[in-house]
Design a protein around this ligand. Structure first.
Ligand code: SF4
Ligand code: SF4
Length: 464
């Protein structure tokens, strides 16, 4: 006779149950109800089991997100709650903690250039900037940067952790950045969207970190082709509240390295996250990358939070329940944003000296615009490229100096007009009346082609 093995019924481990209720909705026998008693160990309310109707279906085990929330009966004797102090030893409250010290610059020997793709170049730049803490969740087309870090950092006494999600990633960055560590992530558009709440917290708590967002087609999951789909998000929508971060837009693998290094400098200068936006093509594009002659050995900022009594005064938080206190904090943030706007505008000007038609583009579309300019110059047209390197703050001062001569602005971008919106906003805030403005746009993972740019310029009334 075949015996059917009895299926185990659950028991609850109250210390691991966070009272989320997922097991309650999974149980068709109504065996599980929300508890009423707060567990003093956790401050949470665990569920209560009444197994009189339980058929051992096991659905509640699958529903529970906690590895030890519900366990099969029979394991009770073997299941032992571990005391962290016996596993890890006592918390080193009184152990000597590192003293604050400044960064130091370390010379590097001259080396042959690397031939690497953009994501790798950014990873190398981050390592040379002293980043040893990288957290991430894989997402195309940014994953290679994290993969390289996962291989390299253990060799450098560093840490790479693949988090369970982007939400977990950004909160790991919050912790590492709060301890004064140079930390970063690689992500791509939908992943970046998931990080926004944490970024807002980090801006509020003034925690530095670097986010490399290799943008792909949207909205939603979109596709994995190159798009500049997140310009609006990074310039205007970094989570709730009064949030800004310096946004840098490299155009070549070399700039992915240089800008990754610069990003850490800026993140710590302002105690604020910095966002690097590339497009999917730039992330995957291979190019020659020269290594710098110096690297950074990071110091320890005096505001860093350690787990000892003497640093209690450094504890940071983005919660501020006093209305006046929160308003003052926002005034302080605004002053910081104003300093960023005054000191950090960056742009690259290509053949702008005599330009009457000015293309405005960043990332890979800027490279395509340069190709178009060479052909248009061969036809005798005075065309130049204004390439914002900082998308926020938009480099309006550099643009303003060119506009007296310019008869037409043409925005070239792989989005529905997000760069053009930033340009128009910057012109408006600066009280600058622009010349006529038109655009070449592609979306959906398609970049504007050189031919499309040339055709557009040749069709302008200023040229005909
Ligand atoms: S094993 Fe099935 S019947 Fe028993 S408590 Fe879990 S979900 Fe309900
Ligand atoms: S699903 Fe797990 S964590 Fe959530 S209430 Fe049930 S036992 Fe607790």
């Amino acid at each position: 006779m075949t015996r059917v093995a009895e299926r185990p019924k659950p028991f609850v481990v109250p210390e691991y149950c966070k009272g989320c209720g997922r097991c309650i909705t999974s149980c068709t026998k109504a065996c599980i109800t929300m508890g009423t008693e707060i567990n003093p160990e956790t401050g949470l309310i665990p569920i209560v089991l009444d197994l009189s109707q339980c058929n051992g279906c096991g659905l509640c085990f699958d529903a529970c997100p906690e590895p030890y929330g519900l366990r099969p009966q029979g394991e009770e004797a073997a299941f032992e709650l571990l005391d962290p102090s016996t596993v890890l030893g006592p918390r080193p409250f009184d152990a000597p903690q590192p003293e604050p010290r400044p960064d130091t610059s370390v010379p590097l020997p001259e080396r042959e250039p690397l031939i690497v793709k953009g994501t790798y170049a950014a990873a190398v730049g981050a390592v040379l900037a002293g980043c040893r803490h990288v957290f991430g969740y894989p997402i195309t087309p940014s994953t290679e940067g994290a993969e390289l870090m996962a291989r390299v950092l253990p060799e450098l006494d560093g840490v790479f952790i693949q988090a369970v999600s982007e939400v977990a990633t950004v909160n790991m960055m919050y912790g590492a950045g709060g301890a004064g560590k140079r930390c970063m992530t690689f992500t791509s558009s939908p992943g970046f969207s998931l990080m926004l709440e944490g970024i807002s917290y980090m801006i509020g708590a003034e925690v530095p970190a670097v986010f490399v967002n290799v943008m792909r087609g949207g909205p939603g999951l979109g596709n994995i082709g190159p798009e500049q789909a997140d310009i609006k998000l990074v310039c205007r929508g970094l989570g709730h509240g009064n949030t800004h971060a310096i946004v840098l837009a490299p155009a070549t693998p070399q700039e992915m390295l240089d800008i990754a290094m610069l990003s850490f400098e800026l993140a710590f200068k302002y105690r604020n996250p910095v966002v690097v936006v590339g497009d999917g093509y730039l992330g995957q594009m291979t190019g020659k990358v020269r290594l710098p002659r110096r690297m950074v050995e990071p110091g320890i900022p005096e505001w860093a939070v350690f787990g000892d009594h003497s640093h209690r005064g450094n504890l940071i938080c983005s919660l501020n329940l006093s209305e006046l206190g929160l308003e003052q904090h926002n005034v302080h943030l605004n002053e910081k944003y104003e300093r960023m706007t005054a000191e950090e505008q960056r742009a690259d000007l290509y053949r702008c000296d005599d330009a009457e038609i000015l293309l405005v583009a960043c990332n890979t579309p800027a490279q395509l615009a340069k190709g178009a300019i060479k052909e248009l110059r061969d036809k005798g047209l005075k065309v130049g490229l204004f390439r914002p390197i900082t998308l926020w703050p938009f480099p309006i001062e550099a643009l303003r100096t060119l506009l007296d001569r310019v008869k037409r602005l043409v925005v070239v971008e792989a989005s529905s007009g997000q760069l053009e919106d930033e340009l128009r906003l910057a012109l408006s805030h600066a009280d600058v009346l622009p010349p006529p403005l038109s655009h070449v746009r592609r979306m959906g993972g398609i970049l504007p082609s050189q031919d499309e740019i040339i055709e557009h310029v040749l069709g302008l009334e200023e040229v005909r």
